[in-house]
Design a protein around this ligand. Structure first.
Ligand SMILES: Nc1ncnc2c1ncn2[C@@H]1O[C@H](COP(=O)(O)OP(=O)(O)OP(=O)(O)O)[C@@H](O)[C@H]1O
Ligand SMILES: [Mg+2]
Length: 113
């Protein structure tokens, strides 16, 4: 199991969500975050609103998946979020040790999707 964390532009959230649904990734956590990449928020203002200093508004996705879903998830995020311009975002993949569905107490692969 892996957890895919993606930082994307807020206006790309709907497009990314649609692409994720197409590959049957339906369970997702979304948070508003502030951040900047290597331009330090300076030249990156396309629909970006500077919030605090040079930090820009971004959206953070957390998606826990079985291993065979990692590549489809990455492809879906890229398809939905990419403009080819600076600030499109980044994807991080972490190993995930455990996942427990509280309602049923299922664990692992059975709990994740
Ligand atoms: N190495 C990193 N560690 C933590 N967060 C990061 C990292 N790189 C990017 N981010 C987060 O992702 C957001 C988008 O990053 P961004 O796409 O600007 O990356 P970049 O490396 O500057 O690439 P680009 O040159 O395409 O803009 C940042 O605002 C920040 O929140
Ligand atoms: Mg950048």
């Amino acid at each position: 199991m892996k957890i895919v964390i993606a930082i994307i532009q807020p206006h790309k959230l709907e497009a990314v969500k649609k692409e994720l649904y197409k590959v049957e990734v339906n369970l997702i956590t979304v948070s508003p975050v502030l951040g900047h990449g290597k331009q330090k928020g300076v030249n990156e203002v396309y629909r970006g609103v500077k919030e605090v200093g040079n930090f820009l508004r971004k959206v953070r996705l957390e998606i826990a998946v079985n291993d065979n879903f990692v590549e489809p998830t990455i492809k879906a995020i890229v398809k939905g979020a990419k403009t080819g311009k600076i600030g499109d975002g980044k994807i991080f993949v972490y190993p995930l040790e455990r996942c427990i569905r509280i309602r049923t107490e299922e664990e692992g692969s059975a709990a994740i999707g």
